[in-house]
Design a protein around this ligand. Structure first.
Ligand SMILES: CC(C)(COP(=O)(O)OP(=O)(O)OC[C@H]1O[C@@H](n2cnc3c(N)ncnc32)[C@H](O)[C@@H]1OP(=O)(O)O)[C@@H](O)C(=O)NCCC(=O)NCCS
Length: 226
């Protein structure tokens, strides 16, 4: 019985040490989560209960192994994290500071993805390849980007700083900084805080055919109203 209690004490001590180390080394990531998720009530809550943080901790360790060319170990850790959190981040991806995945389940980040600082991903986001590319085949995401739930960002494209990718958008072309992109395929609806007028702007169009159809639809709606 005493032996059993001692084992419990040791396990508890190891758990406390592990959490303290995470709290120290991932302080800014935890604070970022608190800042960006209104539901996060305390530092401890994020530390213990947020699987986005747990996946990030596993990724940072796996990425260190990956850089040491311990590819199998790195991948094993990433798969374990996926099993526990539902979030799959390839250890080869490069991720900046204060990265936060809210809710998490179903997020996939590919091997050659590059993610800047202060990026927020929601559940179901894929930063993937198109399936036909070799080498750098996953997106580069700038600083301070928010990618909404279910969005798919595919191929070796760049999402500019301070951009928003709407929920369930499918983005397959570069997005300039300070843009909001929605829909399938993704189209820019806002740039530098201004709503885009598709009939006038031909520079920032991601899918001109889709936008022409939308413009025609708007005209038909207006005519029908008259
Ligand atoms: C795109 C987004 C960032 C809103 O940006 P915004 O600049 O405030 O956009 P608005 O609300 O002014 O909408 C602009 C247009 O895009 C449309 N739109 C907004 N979000 C959209 C989406 N996800 N998909 C398709 N269209 C969308 C709006 O209906 C509006 O269309 P209209 O101009 O024809 O009326 C937001 O809608 C979004 O998708 N955020 C993701 C948040 C998320 O994933 N939360 C998960 C929490 S668990």
């Amino acid at each position: 019985m005493t032996c059993f209690v001692n084992i419990l004490y040791i396990l508890l001590a190891l758990f406390v040490i592990k959490q303290t180390l995470i709290a120290i080394f991932f302080y800014s990531d935890i604070r970022a989560a608190q800042k960006r998720d209104p539901a996060a009530k305390s530092f401890i809550e994020v530390l213990l209960l947020y699987q986005g943080l747990h996946a990030l901790v596993a990724y940072r360790i796996g990425h260190a192994f990956y850089k040491m060319h311990l590819f199998f170990l790195a991948r094993w850790l990433s798969q374990m994290a996926r099993w526990v959190t539902g979030i799959e981040i390839h250890p080869g991806a490069k991720i900046g500071k204060r990265f936060f995945i809210d809710h998490g389940m179903g997020v996939v980040v590919g091997e050659t993805a590059i993610i800047g600082d202060d990026v927020l991903l929601y559940q179901g986001v894929t930063l993937g390849g198109t399936g036909i590319e070799q080498g750098k085949r996953h997106p580069t995401v700038g600083n301070n980007v928010v990618i909404g739930t279910g969005a798919k960002v595919l191929g070796n494209i760049t999402i500019g700083d301070n951009s928003y990718i709407g929920a369930n958008a499918v983005v397959i072309k570069d997005v300039p900084p300070n843009s909001t992109v929605v829909g399938v395929p993704g189209r820019i609806t806002k740039q530098d805080g201004k709503k885009m007028d598709f009939s006038l702007d031909h520079i920032h169009i991601l899918d001109p055919i889709m936008q022409s159809i939308e413009e025609l639809q708007k005209r038909i709606d207006n005519l029908e109203k008259k």
